[in-house]
Design a protein around this ligand. Structure first.
Ligand code: NIG
Ligand code: FE
Length: 401
């Protein structure tokens, strides 16, 4: 798109948080403009405001009076996997805990066996419809993790699949060090630090390194070594922490200046205070609470303490088969105590900040023109609606997909 750009008109409500990460009470400060217009040029917003004040443009696109919100950013998914976890699902419903299934060699380890046997092309074919579902739900940028490849070759195939899918979707790839091998654990951590991370960084296959820090996964000391290697190789860092037990992952994330710490279902006052005092974003994954029947993360307390809170789907076969970024936002309201306005902020600018991105998530001049036209004239239908999509059309860089 060149020249004067496209003027999107007849926007019943143009709704946006301010650009950049928002903390605490500022998460509720949405800007709502009625009868608005949006000027997009070269994929970027050039002007936004009341229709009556809009600059003239020969190219107008009438949006039919509906509400427009920023494209959602899903900051945490495991959208690339092979195999399924349907037997785990039945076992859990019959009362076997998630951690026990993992300790018995199932769960994440069973996804590793299936994913390790898949080719890059298989993985692309499996992941594409999942990413299409997320996009239809309003996600215009999606983070995707590796982590189902114990062997480094399998990790690399997962990251290559994500790279191939970047031709079709706006994706942010993360190297996830998920669970340790059952033998030679210290050697494995050394090889992750000295072989895997440097080679992934050299090939530009990941923007960040993530570790699952938990009793059944990596210790805080192992996590520290892995994330220090990530930082030494120029990568951002993040942690899956406090999912079942608060063993120190959140405190380590804050100490290392991690972009985000994700899960937090078992976080208490000490972890909330650490996040409130740090620049690390607290990412809620309410699909996990719903699917595993876990307590929800303390979203309300985190915001009241002044933390920056984001929300994601955690789309994965074991703990969150949730294919909708809109539903994640809606669940953050029901399960984590966020207000609708806070949830929109959590799913847009704050989710972008959890990925180190400051150029998207708000509908103000200079930001990427990624936005959603809803079916409704009232934006609150987005956090309100369950089980059907309130998103009518998805625009990426000003182009309808
Ligand atoms: O974010 N908790 C660890 N990792 C994923 C689950 C992956 C799986 O169960 O396959 C999560 O919940
Ligand atoms: Fe996860």
């Amino acid at each position: 798109m060149t020249g004067t750009g496209t003027l999107f008109t007849n926007i019943g409500q143009l709704v946006t948080p301010a650009a950049g990460v928002q903390r605490g009470a500022a998460m509720r400060d949405l800007n709502v403009t009625r009868d608005a217009a949006l000027l997009v040029q070269d994929g970027v917003i050039r002007w936004a405001g009341p229709r009556a004040d809009a600059p003239a443009s020969p190219d107008e696109h009438d949006l039919g009076g509906v509400a427009v919100v920023p494209g959602l950013v899903d900051p945490h998914t495991h959208a690339v996997w092979a195999g399924d976890r349907l037997a785990d699902f039945e076992a859990r419903i019959a009362g076997v805990p998630y951690e026990e299934i993992l300790a018995r060699g199932g769960g994440i380890r069973s996804s590793m066996r299936a994913t390790g046997a898949a080719s890059v092309d298989d993985l692309v074919t499996l992941a594409r419809p999942r990413l299409q579902a997320l996009r239809h739900s309003g996600a215009t940028t999606v983070e995707v993790k590796s982590g189902y490849g114990m062997e480094f070759g399998a990790e690399s195939r997962m990251l290559r699949a994500i790279r191939d899918l970047q031709a079709e979707f706006q994706l942010v790839p993360t190297l996830l060090i998920h669970v340790p091998p059952t033998e030679d654990r210290a050697e494995y951590v050394q090889a992750v630090c000295h072989d895997l991370i440097p080679s992934v960084a050299r090939e530009g296959l990941a923007a960040a390194v993530d570790v699952f820090t938990e009793r059944e996964a990596f210790t805080v000391n192992e996590t520290r070594a892995i994330l220090q290697a990530g930082k030494a190789n120029g990568l951002h860092v993040k942690i899956h922490a406090d999912q079942f037990h608060a063993i120190g992952g959140t405190e380590l994330a804050c100490e290392l200046g991690a972009l985000s710490v994700d899960h937090l279902e078992a976080s208490g006052p000490a972890q909330i205070a650490a996040l409130a005092a740090s620049s690390t974003v607290a990412t809620l994954l309410p699909g996990v609470s719903l699917h595993l029947g876990l307590p929800a993360a303390p979203g309300r307390a985190l915001i009241d303490a002044g933390a920056a809170v984001a929300v994601g789907t955690d789309l994965n076969p074991g703990s969150s088969p949730l294919y909708s970024a809109q539903m994640a936002l809606a669940l953050a309201v029901r399960l984590c105590g966020l207000t609708p306005a806070e949830a929109l902020c959590a799913a847009t600018v704050n989710a972008a900040a959890a990925l180190g991105l400051a150029d998207r998530g708000a509908l103000v001049p200079g930001q990427r023109a990624d936005f959603l036209a809803l079916h409704s004239a009232d934006w609150r239908d987005l956090p309100y609606t369950l089980g059907a999509s309130s998103v009518r059309s998805v625009f990426v860089g000003g182009t309808a997909l």
